[in-house]
Design a binder for this molecule. Structure first.
Ligand code: PNS
Length: 162
């Protein structure tokens, strides 16, 4: 079976992530969405909270599974016999980081994994969880960027932090 992984921090999951998940799910028989910790980031939501949010957003896509994982993505993939990584790519500014990660994953897996970049839809080209958090912390409208259920959770989280 052709299985792919789509990994991210999802802090929080946005409409842009969901679009990539829907499209990646069509390209593989099964898609595993891995919710990971990026050591360079301070998160608004815990790993468990992010996992719950992702689960809620993909519950109607039958061939998508959601897991959390601590460690190297390629170790998780080796363990499960998976060789395909999907990454969404937005504006040119993503490219350096994404390319570095794709090269690193290729090298540390001994050439076993392949990364496929899926271009973000034009309307999501400049959408990021970072922008969403910034708008949220300043009381802005998030409905363009987040599904309703996630918008509510973000608003609740912001209130708890004030
Ligand atoms: O949503 P993000 O923060 O861009 O996702 C980055 C993430 C979590 C996918 C990336 O940091 C990751 O894969 N972390 C796990 C550790 C790892 O395998 N790193 C790749 C070697 S550079």
């Amino acid at each position: 079976m052709q299985i792919g992984v789509y990994s991210g921090s999802f802090d929080p999951i946005t409409k842009g992530h969901i679009d990539i998940i829907e499209r990646a799910a069509k390209l593989s028989e099964k898609l595993i969405v891995t919710v990971l910790n990026n050591i360079n980031k301070n998160y608004m939501f815990t790993l468990e909270e992010r996992e719950v949010m992702v689960r809620e957003c993909v519950k109607n896509i039958p061939n998508v599974e959601v897991v959390t994982f601590q460690g190297l993505l390629v170790d998780f993939m080796k363990d499960k016999g998976i060789t395909l990584i999907y990454r969404g790519i937005r504006a040119v500014s993503d490219y350096e980081y994404e390319l570095a990660m794709a090269f690193a994953n290729d090298e540390i897996s001994g050439g076993k994994v392949e990364t496929i970049f899926i271009p973000a839809k034009k309307k999501y080209m400049y959408l990021s969880s970072t922008i969403v958090r910034e708008i949220a912390m300043n009381g802005g409208n998030l409905s363009l960027y987040l599904p309703k259920n996630i918008e509510k959770k973000v608003e609740k989280k912001v209130k708890s932090k004030l």
